[in-house]
Design a binder for this molecule. Structure first.
Ligand code: NDP
Length: 295
């Protein structure tokens, strides 16, 4: 029978472990990890994410330092804030919620975050460390979504070494770091993207499919061979008619119902990758705190 990978439950377990660890760290050091959360403007989805991240952080004992700036904030002003947070000793992690308004260059801002405080794991130095196999994962700040996917894969108890893994999507925040993580686990990795030919065939040879595309239900049931593990990162809002009324529905990049018929294990949307992303942000902040205590 197909196993449903319960991201909600796995994320809850990770948060419970982090809470215990933070309690211990508080007893030993008298301090707790601090996470600065910076939001510019009022994009509704960003406000929802910031609220969820803040709530989860506080629940595990992380101190959240909130900076909600107005839409008109200039790039220079935002850079000045990041510089200030880089120096602030009670701030271990800095999270700048994306997207930023168009007049601000996101990459300039992300690059300005001190790599030791890079809660999202997007800084070029941390991206580089991830690609160097000898670095130990335990101290690294790794992009949260792909690390969450890896935890779910490892939780299945299967041997990942030698498996054919197809990652669909090559973004800096999901696809590329996911491929690096799978490579570290000795998978044979294919990174597919919009120019990939015969994607269906490519997927049919996969033991593991990670879909991070942003196209509702693109991966069809017959793309998934028997026994494949399917991790669906996609979050897409579609309109469906229920009792004659148009309603919004959240779906992934995979046709869940059909793919589940062949998959060995599959993540649902919602309740799969999403909760893991936030839990891994808290993990990164805790790692940054522990790394700072060593220095
Ligand atoms: P991006 O838009 O940055 O990247 C999408 C990738 O998909 C690109 O590499 C693109 O290829 C590829 N792609 C687009 N169309 C096709 C196609 N027809 N066939 C194959 N590949 C295609 O998205 P993100 O990586 O930021 O996010 C991907 C999805 O994951 C989104 O739905 C997003 O909402 C979701 N997400 C979910 C998170 C969670 O916590 N669950 C966190 C982050 C994202 P190319 O490079 O050639 O353009």
């Amino acid at each position: 029978m197909t196993k449903l990978i319960n991201g909600k439950e796995i994320a809850q377990n990770l948060r419970n472990e982090l809470k215990k660890e933070i309690d211990n760290l508080r007893s030993k050091t008298g301090k707790v990890p601090g996470l600065a959360v910076v939001q510019v403007g009022n994009v509704a989805a960003s406000s929802v994410y910031v609220k969820a991240k803040t709530k989860s952080a506080e629940e595990v004992g992380i101190k959240v330092i909130d900076h909600h700036l107005k839409e008109e904030t200039s790039e220079k002003e935002l850079l000045q804030l990041v510089m200030k947070l880089n120096k602030q000793v009670n701030v271990n992690g800095i999270l700048v919620q994306l997207p930023l308004p168009n007049h601000i260059n996101e990459q300039i801002i992300l690059d300005s975050i001190h790599p030791d405080k890079d809660a999202d794991g997007f800084h070029p130095l941390n991206v580089g460390k991830l690609s160097i196999a000898s670095h130990n994962d335990e101290n690294l700040l790794i992009p949260c979504t792909p690390y969450g996917c890896l935890i779910m894969l490892k939780g299945l108890g299967i041997n990942l070494a030698g498996k054919n893994a197809v990652v669909i999507g090559r973004s800096n925040i999901v696809g590329k770091p996911m491929a690096q993580l799978l490579l570290k686990e000795s998978c044979t990795v294919i990174i597919a993207h919009s120019k990939t030919q015969n994607l269906q065939e490519v997927c049919q040879n996969a033991d593991i499919i990670v879909a991070a595309v942003g196209r509702p239900e693109m991966v069809k049931g017959n793309w998934v061979k028997n026994g494949t593990v399917v991790i669906d990162v996609g979050i897409n809002r579609i309109e469906v008619k229920i009792n004659g009324e148009n309603k919004n529905k959240l779906v992934g990049d995979v046709d869940f119902k059909e793919a589940a018929k062949n998959a060995f294990a599959i993540t649902p949307v919602p309740g799969g990758v999403g909760p893991m992303t936030i839990a891994c942000l808290l993990r990164n902040t805790t790692i940054a705190f522990k790394n700072a205590q060593k220095n």
